[in-house]
Design a protein around this ligand. Structure first.
Ligand SMILES: Cc1ncc(COP(=O)(O)O)c(C=O)c1O
Length: 413
């Protein structure tokens, strides 16, 4: 047994094995795809979740940067109840009010001109790359899309072809038409750019790659090269978008506008939705029937996303993310100055990565036992992407738990 930060006893990982009917059923009936932590979550409220043994956790992972307004925000719950009792799905053969209103709102907050809705991050990125291909096809050209080393864009065949080798393993033949270059290497980008390139895709902040921010010089060089060659600059803001970094979109920190942006995750506060926003001329490369989806843009998902954006604006959630993020980052940076276990603290707003001097999996397990959920990106980076409404006191618990957990792993090594 170990105690969590409030002195409450939490079961050891071992004692959980053999209990939990949900776990047993999943192990028997679900594809064995995920390395899951040994708890079954049954309830959430704000920044906290509870398991089926009534243990309480602070959720510093937020469903991988999804639950930005916390779990079960009362206005989101109300919106789901109201809209689901009215109209859930009609297909894109018809107009629906929440979809049109959400499109209008996303145009306003993104600075782009038109929007297409889908259901997930990978689908949004797929939509974005299909749009880039159509744009070049209409100019009578085919070519390659440049993507970045260490990037992650999803798990469809198209999106695994763009990112890390790790996710391509065993899936040959991998779709062609992508060429990876080193992230943040301005010279490599300049050297690789030519008439054969039909688009550039960048995660404004790499998430799965270990919370690595694009440097301003790289992004502005990509912007100017895309202008010079008349090809779209595509930003993947699936993880870093929708207020997480302290602005609605992370590119708004850099004073540039992409041609296409992919978003998902926090847009639906936990309800699945993805979207692609684009400049008007580029969006027109899609014609009737050239792309589409059954569920994308359904009234229920759009009503939830619209409510999410309303709450973000009304409750100044961008400001919250910035202020609390600065507090979290400063506390972690202070620690790292005199502690060799922490190599670097990175990120913006509440998208923070703590790079350790050793693999982070055991630290994540220790944190879980002490009542804090987090995860490990890129082997040795603890990813902290809590709800943006997290309080200062909850941040202190997360940091204290992280410190305690690192110390334990360091001692055991
Ligand atoms: C930057 C980025 N793009 C795309 C995706 C894929 O999103 P989804 O898992 O919703 O398909 C992710 C998921 O983590 C992501 O972080």
């Amino acid at each position: 047994m170990v105690t969590n930060i409030s002195g409450k006893l939490i079961k050891s990982v071992k004692s959980v094995f053999g209990k939990q009917p949900a776990r047993k059923k999943a192990e028997k009936y679900h594809f064995d795809l995920y390395g899951r932590y040994p708890i079954t979550l049954v309830k959430g409220k704000g920044c906290k979740v509870w398991d089926d043994e009534r243990n309480e956790y602070i959720d510093a992972l937020a469903g991988i940067a999804v639950n930005s307004l916390g779990h079960c925000h009362p206005d989101i719950v109300k919106t789901i109840q109201k809209q689901s009792a009215k109209l859930m799905h009609v297909s894109n053969f018809y107009y629906n009010e929440p979809q049109s209103n959400l499109a209008e709102k996303l145009v306003e907050v993104s600075g782009l001109d038109r929007v297409f809705f889908c259901n997930s991050g990978a689908e949004a990125v797929e939509g974005a790359i299909k749009l880039a291909r159509r744009y070049s096809f209409q100019k009578g050209k085919t070519g390659v899309i440049l993507t970045m080393d260490n990037s992650f864009h999803g798990r469809t065949l198209g999106t695994i072809a763009m990112g890390k080798d790790k996710y391509q393993f065993g899936y040959d033949p991998i779709p062609s038409g992508f060429d990876r270059i080193p992230y943040n290497d301005v010279k490599a980008l300049e050297k690789r750019m030519d008439e054969n390139v039909i688009g550039i895709v960048i995660e404004t902040i790499q998430g799965e790659g270990g919370i690595v921010e694009v440097i301003p010089e790289f992004l502005s060089k990509a912007r100017s090269l895309c202008d010079e060659y008349d090809v779209p600059l595509i930003l993947d803001e699936v993880q870093c978008g929708i207020a997480r970094t302290g602005k609605m979109f992370a590119y708004q920190h850099y004073g540039i506008l992409p041609d296409i942006v992919a978003m998902a995750k926090a847009l639906g506060s936990g309800f699945p939705i993805g979207a692609v926003a684009a400049k008007d001329d580029i969006s027109k490369a899609f014609e009737h029937g050239s792309h589409g989806t059954t569920y994308g843009g359904n009234p229920l998902a759009c009503a939830v996303a619209l409510e999410t954006l309303r709450i973000i604006e009304k409750e100044d959630v961008c400001d919250m993310a910035r202020i609390r993020g600065n507090y979290l980052k400063t506390r972690l940076e202070d620690l790292s100055t005199n502690w060799s276990a922490i190599k670097e603290v990175r990120g913006k707003g509440l998208m923070i990565g703590v790079e350790l001097a050793f693999p982070g999996a055991d630290v994540v397990n220790e944190m879980l036992k002490r009542g804090v959920l987090s995860n490990c990106a890129s082997n040795n980076v603890i990813r902290l992407v809590p709800p943006l409404i997290i309080s200062k006191e909850e941040i202190d618990i997360v940091v204290d738990t992280l410190i305690e957990s690192i110390k334990i792993i360091e001692k055991n090594d």
